[in-house]
Design a protein around this ligand. Structure first.
Ligand code: GLN
Length: 493
C-alpha cells in the first residue's frame, strides 16, 4: 500500500470516499509515524485511544455515506486550543496539569465535520516566540536540515509543533494560531502552507489568549487546496466570541479557479529592508515573474508606516499579554506553589510557572501600561496601529493582493538567536503588520535557500477576502513547485 501519511488532505479525503483505505488505517499510519518521530518532539501529547475511537466512528459514518467535510482525516492540534478532557498546556509549566472541561469552537467545528484528533502539538510558551525553543517540554526540531549538515534547525514559532508535524507527515494538517506571524513564519521555515485569516474569521473562544486584539487561528497544511478545505471548517460565526465577525463563510475550495488574469498585485517598497539577504530578494523577484506570467498586473505600492510596525507590535502584544496572563495565579488554573500568605503564593506560583520569555513580556507589558508610561508607549503604539491600517486601506484601492517574502531568512539553528531577544523578534518583520491591521495573509513555499532549506512568499489580502489570496497562492504554488520534501533522517537512527 502507498504511504498513507504522504497524502495531502484532499487526496486522503478522496481515498476515504472511494474506499481505497479506511479512516482507521489512515489513523494507524499516522500514529506509527508519530511514534517513530520522537526525535522531532512535535507532539506534547498523543491521544491514540481517542484517535482510534474517532476513526472507527468515521468509518461507520462513511460506510453509511454520511461523512462530514473532514470525515476520517487525522489532524494535529496546537496545544493552545482547549480540548475537553485532554491536557491543554500552552507549552507552559503553569498549565502542565490543566485539563479543560470545554472544547474550543474551532476544534469543535473540526470534530463536528468528522476530523480525527491525533494529539496536541508543541508551541513556544503561550505562543510567545519564533522558534518553539521556549516550550516547557523542550524545543521542537525542524524535519529539514542544511545540506551536508546534521545540525538541528528550528521549525519556526510559535506554531512550530504544527509546522514540523505537517512537514514530517505526522498529521495531514494542523491548527495554528497567529498573533504576529506564528502560522506563516513556521510554515515558511518548514516548506508548508500557513494561512492567517482575517481577525474575527475564526472564533477565539477556547483558545488560550496571548494578545486578544491580534490572536487568530488558522491552518498549517501541505498544499493551498488543503488550507482552503481546513479554513472552510475552522471558520464560523460564533456568538461566544464578541469579536467573531458576522460574515458568511464561503466555500474556499470552490474559489481555487487557477486563474489570476488581471489580478492587481502590489509590491510594497518598504518591505525591501536593509540587510535583506540576496536570496530572499531573488525569491521575491521570482514570485513577481510568476504572477506576471499568469496574467497578473504587478505594481509597486507604498506602506509608509511599515518600519514602525514591529516596535509597535512589541508594545501592544506584551501589554495585552500582561493583562491576559494575570489570571494564572495558582487559584483557579494549573500549578500552585504554596506561600506563607496569598501574595506569596501568587509570587511563588508565577515565578515557578512561567519561563523567561513569558516573564519578559509581562514585565514589558506592565511597564508600558503603567501610569507614567501609558501615553508615551501604549497610546502611541495604538496610534501607529491606526496609521498602519490606513496604509493598507489606501493600497487596497489600487491592488487586490500584496506579495512579500514571509521571513527575512531560512530556518536557523537551535540556540542561534536565543541570546538576543531583538534578533528573535526581527523574524516577524514581514508578518506583524498584517496582525496589526487585522488582515488575512498566506505563506506559500516558494523555493529553497542556498542551504537547501525552505523559503516562503507571503500574500496579503483585503479583510475577509481569504478566497483571493488562496486563489493567487495556488498559482504561486504551482509555479514554484513541486518542491522536495524533508528527508526522514529520524527513521534511519
Ligand atoms: N513571534 C511573535 C511573538 O513572539 C509572534 C508570535 C505569535 O504570532 N504568536 O510575539
Amino acid at each position: 500500500m502507498t504511504d498513507l501519511t504522504a497524502l495531502t488532505l484532499a487526496e486522503a479525503q478522496a481515498g476515504l470516499q472511494n474506499g481505497a483505505f479506511t479512516a482507521l488505517e489512515l489513523c494507524e499510519a499516522h500514529l506509527a509515524a508519530i511514534e517513530a518521530a520522537g526525535a522531532l518532539n512535535a507532539y506534547t501529547k498523543v491521544t491514540p485511544e481517542r484517535a482510534r475511537e474517532m476513526a472507527k466512528a468515521s468509518d461507520q459514518r462513511l460506510a453509511k455515506g454520511e461523512g462530514g467535510a473532514l470525515e476520517g482525516l487525522p489532524l494535529g492540534i496546537k496545544d493552545l486550543f482547549c480540548t475537553k478532557g485532554v491536557p491543554s498546556t500552552a507549552s507552559s509549566r503553569i498549565l502542565e496539569n490543566f485539563v479543560p472541561t470545554y472544547e474550543s469552537t474551532v476544534t469543535q467545528n473540526l470534530w463536528d465535520a468528522g476530523a480525527v484528533m491525533l494529539g496536541k502539538l508543541a508551541l513556544d510558551e503561550f505562543a510567545m516566540g519564533s522558534s518553539t525553543e521556549t516550550s516547557y517540554f523542550g524545543p521542537v526540531i525542524n524535519p529539514w536540515r542544511r545540506k551536508g549538515s546534521d545540525a538541528a534547525l528550528v521549525p519556526g514559532g510559535s506554531s512550530g509543533g504544527s509546522s514540523a508535524a505537517v512537514a514530517a507527515d505526522l498529521c495531514l494538517a494542523a491548527t495554528g494560531t497567529d498573533t504576529g506571524g506564528s502560522i506563516r513564519q513556521p510554515a515558511a521555515l518548514t516548506g508548508t502552507v500557513g494561512l492567517k485569516p482575517t481577525y474575527g474569521r475564526c472564533s477565539r473562544w477556547g483558545i488560550i489568549a496571548f494578545a486578544s486584539s491580534l490572536d487568530q487561528a488558522g491552518p498549517i497544511t501541505k498544499t493551498v487546496e488543503d488550507a482552503a478545505i481546513m479554513l472552510s471548517v475552522m471558520a464560523s460565526i460564533d456568538p461566544k466570541d464578541t469579536t467573531s465577525a458576522e460574515v458568511p463563510v464561503p466555500d474556499y475550495r470552490a474559489a481555487l479557479t487557477g486563474s489570476i488574469k488581471g489580478l492587481r498585485v502590489g509590491i510594497p517598497r518598504e518591505y525591501r529592508v536593509d540587510g535583506m539577504p540576496g536570496e530572499i530578494e531573488t525569491l521575491w523577484q521570482d514570485g513577481v515573474e510568476w504572477m506576471k506570467a499568469a496574467g497578473a498586473e504587478v505594481i509597486e505600492v507604498s506602506l509608509p508606516h511599515t518600519k514602525y510596525a514591529l516596535p509597535a507590535y512589541y508594545i501592544v502584544a506584551p501589554a495585552e499579554a500582561s493583562s491576559n496572563l494575570a489570571r494564572y495565579d495558582g487559584v483557579r488554573y494549573g500549578l500552585r506553589e504554596p506561600g506563607k500568605d496569598i501574595i506569596e503564593m501568587y509570587e511563588n506560583t508565577r515565578a515557578a510557572g512561567f519561563g523567561a520569555e513569558v516573564k519578559r513580556r509581562i514585565l514589558i507589558g506592565t511597564y508600558v501600561l503603567s501610569a507614567g508610561y501609558y501615553d508615551a508607549y501604549y497610546l502611541k503604539a495604538q496610534k501607529v496601529r491606526s496609521l498602519i491600517k490606513q496604509d493598507f486601506d489606501q493600497v487596497f484601492e489600487k491592488a487586490d493582493v500584496l506579495l512579500t517574502p514571509t521571513t527575512p531568512g531560512p530556518a536557523f539553528a537551535l540556540g542561534e538567536k536565543t541570546g538576543d531577544p531583538v534578533e528573535m523578534y526581527l523574524n516577524d518583520i514581514f508578518t506583524v503588520t498584517v496582525n496589526m491591521a487585522g488582515l488575512p495573509a498566506l505563506s506559500v513555499p516558494a523555493g529553497l535557500s542556498s542551504e537547501g532549506t525552505p523559503l516562503g512568499l507571503q500574500l496579503i489580502g483585503r479583510a475577509f477576502d481569504e478566497a483571493t489570496i488562496l486563489r493567487a497562492g495556488q498559482v504561486l504554488e504551482q509555479a514554484a513547485g513541486p518542491l522536495p520534501k524533508a528527508e526522514k533522517w529520524w527513521l534511519a537512527a
